[in-house]
Design a protein around this ligand. Structure first.
Ligand code: F6P
Length: 355
């Protein structure tokens, strides 16, 4: 058997652990492994294909990023190219990918990615590429799996930041607003906000009312708590309002933290500062949980290839790893359920969810 591995979309801590898990499991079976550089770039003459042997994956479990490189602008079905006059054209280069896959004599592909990359994988599978998916994203928004790797590390980073904000917020008696990632899901905001003892957590699943947010800050004032920490998911939106986009063309979210901060300052008169954690949440060494999940996902993906269960992705279904058809997993993106015990816990702790 000769298999290839690629990583697509935004990077997430744990990608290298998946690569190592898959490569060692493949070598264990006597298979040959190749790494496709930069998503599908390595199959489209943009980049290259590299051999992945035991030496190539030595000492990488704890490293953030991906040794294969990645891109979130590399969809072969809607490939964008700039013309000499500066305008952009989009064309379908997926046949090239399929042809390159075949000419390399590959038997299977392990495609590691979030919902965008898994959607590409599902389309390539429909075109006859035998592949297995591995769900990756700090946002934790891929359906069919209890968790994606990368999420735990991102939550840890956000929680550390919230911890640090407490001392400066309290010293200056300020409101500190921190915007975290997560796209249209509030997982990072909710988990880090609760763990970091935030006073207000705003998530996309619950449209917020600024008056309620300010009521919470004022009630803390009357209790002698002259500072507050507000965690805002980048995809949160006010009731009846819309999300904040920094780049509408690519639907890149951002800016809601600043907007909430300036409204709080106007409405309460409290000095307010805001910060955006941004890509810090994608960086650094994966937590133990993400390393282990990554290694388990990588090895499980090779087992699925061995069983010929193509078109499926590995999924965390404690206590084990399951195989879920990629199409099924993508059908329903995973959002914070409004009846989740984690949300109930936030409310029981007195945290305002802005509603
Ligand atoms: O999907 C991961 C993620 O980090 C989101 O949380 C965020 O909205 C987006 O990617 C940022 O993408 P980029 O790296 O293109 O800025």
């Amino acid at each position: 058997m000769k298999i290839a591995i690629n990583t697509g979309g935004g990077d997430a801590p744990g990608l290298n652990a998946v690569i190592r898990g898959a490569v060692l499991a493949a070598i264990h079976r006597g298979w040959e492994c190749l790494g496709i550089r930069r998503g599908y770039g390595g199959l489209m003459g943009e980049d290259r294909v590299v051999p992945l042997d035991a030496a190539a994956v030595r000492g990488i479990t704890h490293l953030g990023g991906t040794i294969l490189g990645t891109t979130n602008r590399g969809d072969p079905f809607t490939w964008r190219e700039q013309c000499p006059d500066g305008s952009w054209v989009t064309h379908d280069r997926s046949d090239e990918v399929v042809a390159a896959f075949r000419s390399l004599g590959l038997d299977a592909l392990i495609a590691i990615g979030g919902d965008g990359s898994l959607r590409i994988a599902a389309r390539l599978y429909a075109k006859g590429v035998p592949l297995v998916g591995v769900p990756k994203t700090i946002d934790n928004d891929v359906g069919g799996t209890v968790a994606t790797f990368g999420f735990d590390t991102a939550v840890q980073t956000a929680t550390d930041a919230i911890d640090k904000l407490h001392s400066t917020a309290e010293s200056h008696e300020r409101v500190m607003v921190v915007e975290v990632m997560g796209r249209h899901a509030g997982w990072i905001a909710l988990h880090s906000g609760i763990a970091g003892s935030a006073d207000v957590i705003l998530i996309p699943e619950i449209p917020f009312d600024l008056k309620k947010v300010c009521d919470k800050i004022r009630s803390r004032e009357t209790e002698g708590r002259h500072f507050s920490i507000v965690v805002v998911a980048e995809g949160a939106a006010p009731r009846g309002g819309t999300v904040s986009l920094v780049d509408p063309e690519h639907e890149r979210l951002g800016g809601m933290g600043d907007k909430v901060a300036s409204s709080i300052e106007k409405m309460t008169g409290k000095e307010t500062r805001s910060l955006v954690l941004g890509h810090l949440q994608r960086g650094g060494s994966p937590t133990t949980f993400d390393r282990l999940l990554g290694l388990r996902f990588g090895a499980a993906a090779v087992r699925l290839v061995a069983e010929g269960r193509f078109g499926c992705m590995v999924a965390l279904r404690p206590p084990g790893i399951a195989a879920v058809p990629i199409e099924e997993a993508l059908a329903t993106p995973k959002r914070v359920p409004l009846d989740s015990d984690t949300l109930a816990t936030a409310r029981d702790l007195g945290i305002s969810l802005g509603d």
